[in-house]
Structure formats: C-alpha cells, structure tokens
Design a protein around this ligand. Structure first.
Ligand code: HEC
Length: 726
C-alpha cells in the first residue's frame, strides 16, 4: 500500500472519528453494514445499530438510546392495517418491563422474576426459557415488583441481571448458563431490575435497593468470563476510606466532603443506586449513567451535620469506558430528599445549541424532579433546563448553573410538604424516545403528588422499606363516597412531545392515569406507546394525532421495539401490568384487576392474529368477615400498615390487582390464616415474607382490623365493584 492510500485511509478514519452515531463506518465504503448474527453480534454492531434497523440489539436500540428506528414500512398511511402477527404467553401475573431484543431471527425478552425467553421472532415459537429461580425472600427486597427490563447480547451470549444480584451469561442457542457472577453483598437488600449493557469487551450493570438501605454502584465485568473489571461507587463508604475502586480518586478529591461524618447514611448505605440508565458515548468513549435517590430519603436524619450536596446522589455521571475513571458529573437534585432519581432514560444526540446554533453533542434527561436537562456530552456542562410539567411545588426554576431554586418549605417535613412531583416522579423509568427527524423527545410524563412528612419508621425496619418518611401522612381512616374517583382524577399521565432546543412542549396526549408505557419513534413519523388502559397506540410524531390503537387486554408499562424479517416490519410489545406504580399506589384502575396477563404481542401490517382474551377470574369484591376493633386499633393499624404493607398492597388498602387486595382476602377474616402468612411466612416462596421481626402480635391484629374496616368502608361508599367497571 502506497503513501497515498495510507493518506486516504487516514483521512477516512479522521472522518469516521468525527462522525456521530448515525453514520455507520461501512456506509462510508458505500455499503450497508451486514446484519449481525447471534454468533458475531458485538459492540461494533451496536455502535452501528442505527444502520441495521432490521435488528434491535440493545436496550435503547442503539448506544445513543434514542429508541428511534429507521424502519419505515409501517407508516402513517398504512398503520391502520396493523394486526397481530403472533402472541406468546409469559404466564405471569407480575409486572413486565422488558424491551424485546432481536438478533439473528430470535427475540430475547424477560418477564417477571428475571425469567428469560428466547422466541422465534417471525413465528413466536418458543426456543427456550431460562428461569434463574429467584427466591421469595429475595423478591421481598424489591421496592417495586419483581420486574426486569431485559437482556444484552454479545457473541453467542445473552446476558441478564437477575433480581437477586446475579449477572449471568446464557448460551444464546440453548439458554444454558455460561457464567454466573454475584454482583452484590447478599446480606444487604440489593436487587437488579435494569438491563445490562455491553460496551466493547465489558458488560455494565448496577442495582437497586435505596428504599431499603444500600450503597449504590455500577460495575463492569469481562463479557467473556464475568470477572470484575472496574466498579464506581456513587456514595462514600462509612469511613470515607478508599474502596480500591475506580471512584476512589474523586471521592477523596471532592465527593467525600459533601457528606457529614455521621447520620443514617453510615448505616443505611446513603443510596445512589444505578438501577436503570447506562449509555455509551462512542464519540467521547464515556459510559454515562444515571444515579438514584438517597437512602434514607430524609436528609435530616441521613446526614444531620452538614448541608452538603451528598454526591453523587441524583446525578448524571460520566466515566472512562475502559477504566471507570471519573470524567464529569451533573447533579440534578443536590442533597436529594424527595426520591428524585436521575436514573431516567439518558439520550445522546446532536442539537443546534452550540455557538451560532452549531451542532453540539448533548446528553438529555427528563428525571423524576420535573426538569428537562440538556448537557454537553463531553464535559457535562449545563446547557439548558426547564420544567417539562405544568405544576411543580418543590422548586421554582433553575439557576444559571442548573441548580434548582427550592421552595423554602420543601424540606420542612415536620409539618409536611405536598410535593409535586412526588416520589413517583414527573417521569419514571418508562423510557422516553427521541426522533432526530422531528427534533422532539417523547416523554411518558405524569403528575403524582405526595405529602412528604418526617417519619415514624426507624432502625427496626432495616432491610425493609425505610425512608424516614411517614407514609400514613395525609391518609385518612375513613373517607367519603367518591374519594377514589377523585384521587384517580388527580393522578395524571400524558405522552408529552418536548422540543429540547426551545425547551418547550410541542404537543401532549392525556391518558386516563399515570404509569403508562415506554415510547418508541420511527423514521416514518410514528410514535408508539402502550397505556395503563391496555392500548398500544400509534401517534403522528409531528402533531400527536392518534392514528391507530389496539386493546391488548393488559395495562402496558414496557416500551415497544421494532425489527424486520424477510421484508416485513414487526412491532413488539411485552404486556403485563405491574411495577412500582401498580404496587405502591394501586387505587384500583380497572385493567389492573386482571391476573395472568403477561404476554409478548407482535404486530405487522395485515396481521390476522388475535390478542389473548382477558382472564375471566373475577375478584370477589366483598368483605369475608365482620369489622372489628376500636378506632384506636384502626389508627394503629393504619400506621403499621403504612410502614410495612402499603408499598406492595396499596394505600387505603386498595390494591392495583397485581398483588392480592387484602380487603377481599379470606385471610383478613381468619386470624389463624392471617398469622400463618403475616407472622409465620407461609407464602414466603411467592415473595410475601414474615413480618414477625417488625410487628408485635397486637400490631398484626391491628392491621387486620384496619384492613377489614377499609373493606366495609368501601362497601358503604359503593367502591366494591365488579371487574371491568370503571
Ligand atoms: C414486598 C412486597 C410485600 C409487602 C411489603 C407485603 N406483602 Fe403481603 N403479599 C405480597 C405478595 C407477593 C403476596 C402474594 C403471595 C402469593 O401470590 O401467594 C402477598 C400476599 C399477602 C396475603 C395473602 C392474601 C391472599 O388472599 O392470598 C396477606 C394476608 C398479606 N400479603 C398481608 C400483608 C401484610 C399485613 C403486610 C404488611 C405487614 C404485607 N402483606 C406486606 C407482597 C408483599
């Protein structure tokens, strides 16, 4: 090869180095990159994934995680003819949050309990199922249902983060375990719900558990062996000593000083779990991840001495992809006290926000706290931020550095503060999408207020929900007819199209309630989203016109993905109502009261299949015993219920239907049956563990009295209704 050719090669490589995600290297050679196979799919394919839209290779579609597909066969003109191609029964009654991954003609999707399914992507035929056998005791460590958001693929392997803290690589052909690594200290209440990401020769995974008391971190493992490569902690260890981790230097330099020397963070871990968003910036070779909320939530008890920011809680952090060495961070909610995770979807793109409107590579997020942030992807510099919701109580805006200007009472929890957004966030994990064609981000936004008040929870709740807040605050013992309808109206959800350059809303579709599904956009100007009401909907990406909708007979929380085989485009959605909103808030949306609802449903143009029928087993909404106990008992029952049970069985003892509604349970009318379950752990295998460590016999009986009292209150108010009745 002569010098001239080397010069040309150099010029080409410079060009490639400068080009961003959307231009695949081989496109410069005049050809479309080859579709990866099961055996060879690797990080390079993911880096070029935008150019191979017939496959869906990683959680957010590409490393930029825009959830934007270039497939155009399904378009605004023909979307009305979209029909069911095939369906698959996940056989679960718990939440399903996974993005289906498709490569080599195979779909890899996860259901509840971290179960992995390999399905023929064209026919839906089951190829194999892998059940990692998560125990009921480990299931009880979850804040928000035994959910899983999906897998990663790499060279013949499928990698899954298991709820109990394992990271496992499976043989993509057979589902057999290739390697299995425990990523957490099992004596602590860690869980994994997020999808692993493969970057070069490493697989990245974080964990959850901040509501129960853990210290957050993200780890990188060798994708071939499962050996730990690096780890980055997001909160200091209690002694503020080095961990021998990639985060040591930045903690010594700045982060340690943002925490006091005592307080509950030293025993409850401080939080900051990296439980969802992890992206890879191919241009700057950075791994960028979102960090979760504090543990415990209440800053006054967590860190009573200082007034520091508590780094890296509620931050977006960038590290070197190979070593995990710190590059930059941006903290969305300094000294978090509101459960304001910054773990929501991170999206990379180029926006005209540079000098003279030049393109600038940015990372964007709409975290729980209600502000939409645009940051420089290379440096983390704050470019802009605006509230993406209409109503916000905790802050009035951002200062020039992007720091929130807090309401003076937002942290005064002794008297209580009605926070909007509440801990459910103005946007939760349900992924947003971004279309570089419309220049709009599509956010599953919501409004869920909550009264935040100093707590009654204490050390006795170690390893169960323990946020130092009072979940009985604002919850009345009795309430008048119509209250549940009123609450349902007050909890709002929408699909919001947001212009990140102008930082303003372009259009909005209102849903019947919050907790709707993740979003996907396509180059044919469509936006897809599933809803709490059980519809999969296609919208015009420019103006939000509803172009097509199909009832899928289950509330949808997962995001869709799309792929093509033999010239046909498919839209895939995993259904299965559940997750944090369903368990923690309940209040009985109709679609909710349907057990055994998890399916994969795949659509194509002219598809002639059928959505599986709604299950017909109707919950018998009648109390099974007489009310008993004094008002004092009921008050105590409410307090103990709020501390111990509400996060799974719902406020006001109104379940979402994912877990049993205790008002209608035969066990609530049978002291012995109740004790067997609540005190003796009869249903431990299913995730209902014994609460003997936290409750006296009298407490348990007071809860039962409160539950039955709520059942009879519902009858009195006409709220005890048959299935399907809105
Ligand atoms: C971490 C979530 C979680 C928490 C917290 C929780 N439960 Fe449960 N509970 C469950 C699950 C899961 C089931 C269903 C088990 C099954 O399917 O067999 C259940 C079932 C039950 C049942 C059986 C209902 C029936 O009709 O089968 C009772 C009674 C019950 N829980 C009471 C309580 C009480 C009282 C508390 C608080 C002291 C509580 N639970 C806290 C998860 C939870």
């Amino acid at each position: 090869m002569g010098f001239r050719n080397i010069g040309a090669l150099l010029a080409l490589s410079v060009l490639l180095g400068a080009c961003t995600d959307n231009t695949p290297p081989s496109a410069a050679n005049g050809g479309k990159p080859e579709s990866p196979t099961l055996e060879n799919v690797n990080s390079t394919h993911i880096a070029n994934a935008a150019a191979t839209p017939e496959v869906w290779l990683s959680y957010g579609g590409t490393y930029d995680e825009q959830r934007f597909s270039r497939l155009e066969q399904i378009s605004p003109d023909n979307v009305k003819t979209l029909g069911v191609a095939w369906t698959y029964d996940l056989q679960t009654s718990r939440g399903v949050e996974a993005t289906p991954i498709v490569v080599g003609g195979v779909m890899y999707v996860t259901g509840a309990w971290s179960i992995v399914y390999a399905l023929d992507a064209k026919s839906g035929e089951e190829l194999w199922v892998y059940d990692p056998q998560v125990s009921g005791e480990d299931a009880a460590k979850g804040c928000c249902d035994v959910i899983n958001r999906g897998v990663a693929v790499h060279e013949g392997k499928v990698i899954v983060g298991v709820f109990d803290g394992r990271l496992e690589a499976l043989d993509a052909k057979t589902g057999k375990v290739v390697w299995s690594t425990l990523t957490v200290d099992k004596s602590m209440p860690y869980t994994i719900t997020g999808a692993p990401r493969v970057v070069k020769d490493k697989v990245l995974i974080g964990n959850g558990g901040a509501e129960l008391g853990v210290r957050g971190y993200i780890s990188a493992y060798d994708v071939n062996t499962g050996a730990l490569a690096w780890r980055f902690y997001t909160a200091p260890n209690p002694a503020k000593k080095p961990d021998g981790a990639a985060s040591d230097a930045i903690f010594a330099q700045t982060a340690n000083a943002t925490w006091g020397d005592r307080g509950k963070w030293t025993t409850e871990g401080g939080g900051g779990t990296v439980w969802d968003s992890i992206i890879y910036d191919t241009v700057n070779d950075s791994v960028i991840f979102g960090v979760g909320n504090a543990s415990p939530w209440n800053a006054k008890t967590r860190d009573p001495e200082g007034n520091g920011d508590n780094l890296f809680l509620s931050s977006i952090v960038a590290v070197d992809a190979d070593t995990g060495a710190y590059k930059w961070h941006f903290q969305t909610t300094p000294r978090d006290q509101f459960d304001f995770t910054a773990t929501q979807s991170l999206i990379l793109t180029d926006l005209p926000v540079g000098p003279k409107e030049a393109l600038r590579r940015v990372v964007m997020q709409a975290p729980k706290n209600g502000f939409y942030y645009v940051l420089d992807a290379k440096t983390g510099a704050f470019i802009s931020g605006k509230p993406y919701i209409d109503l916000m109580t905790w802050a009035s805006g951002l200062d020039a550095q992007g720091r929130p200007i807090e309401h003076p009472d937002a942290r005064k929890w002794d008297k209580g503060f009605l926070n909007i957004p509440g801990p459910m966030g103005a946007h939760n994990w349900h992924p947003m999408a971004y279309s570089p064609q419309t220049g709009l981000a599509y956010i599953p936004a919501q409004q869920v207020p909550q009264l935040l008040k100093s707590g009654t929870q204490d050390q006795t709740h170690k390893k169960r929900w323990n946020v130092d807040g009072d979940f009985s605050a604002g919850v009345p013992l009795t309430y008048p007819k119509g209250t549940l309808d009123f609450i349902r109206k007050d909890f709002k959800g929408s699909l919001l199209a947001w212009d990140p350059v102008k930082q303003e809303a372009r259009w909005r579709v209102t849903h019947p309630g919050p907790g709707n599904g993740g979003v996907m956009a396509t180059a044919s100007n469509l936006v897809f989203q599933g809803t709490l009401g059980g519809e999969l909907v296609a919208y015009n990406a420019t103006n939000g016109d509803k172009l097509w909708a199909k009832q899928v007979n289950s509330g949808v929380v997962a995001p869709p993905s799309t792929y093509a085989i033999d010239g046909e485009q498919y839209i895939a959605i995993a259904t299965g109502w559940g997750g944090g909103w369903a368990l923690n808030y309940g209040v009985g949306w109709p679609k909710a009261i349907t057990p055994d609802v998890g399916h994969v449903i795949v659509f194509k143009l002219g598809g002639q299949g059928h959505v599986p029928d709604m299950p017909t087993n109707i919950v018998d909404m009648r109390p099974k015993g007489q009310a008993f106990g004094t008002e004092e008992d009921h008050k105590r029952g409410l307090a103990r219920y709020a501390d111990n049970c509400m996060v799974c069985h719902g406020p006001l003892v109104v379940s979402s239907g994912v877990l049993p509604d205790l008002r209608w349970s035969y066990q609530s009318a049978d002291k012995d049956g109740w004790d067997d379950i609540v005190m003796n752990g009869l249903l431990t295998g299913n995730g209902m563990v014994s609460f003997r460590e936290y409750l006296s016999e009298d407490d348990s009986e007071a809860i039962r009295a409160y539950v039955l009292n709520q059942a009879w209150l519902a009858v009195q108010n006409g709220d005890a209704r048959p299935l399907g009745d809105q």
